[in-house]
Design a protein. Sequence first.
Length: 132
Amino acid sequence: MKYLSDARAACSLTLFLACLLSGASFAQNAHTTNQFHGVKVNGGTVTHSKQGDRNILTLSDDFKSPETPDPHWQVVDSKGNVYTLERLQAKNGKFNKTITLPAYIPDVAKVQIWCAFAEALLGEASFSSPVM
């Protein structure tokens, strides 16, 4: 009986360490911007993470969607190239809190909220260094 409880303890410890290390690995792959600043968007951040070979951007829970006609996700790479992506507003009245970046974007230095209707920058948040 003693052997069985020792084996369970060792197995539990191994499982605990595996979970701990996988969490640390995820934390190393996550990067967060500074706060959004702009005309209509002030507050909230964006976190970049990798899920397999996909690069994901996620808005923080304190991000407030701007009350403008056509806000879009927009990213700027380290060379200054601008990529306008998905609409921020989803069809169901909610907003697209998470997007998967297309493979043709080499890296991301800034994330912007862009109003396609007025062609105006609503807010911008930057990473401390380009991510991807």
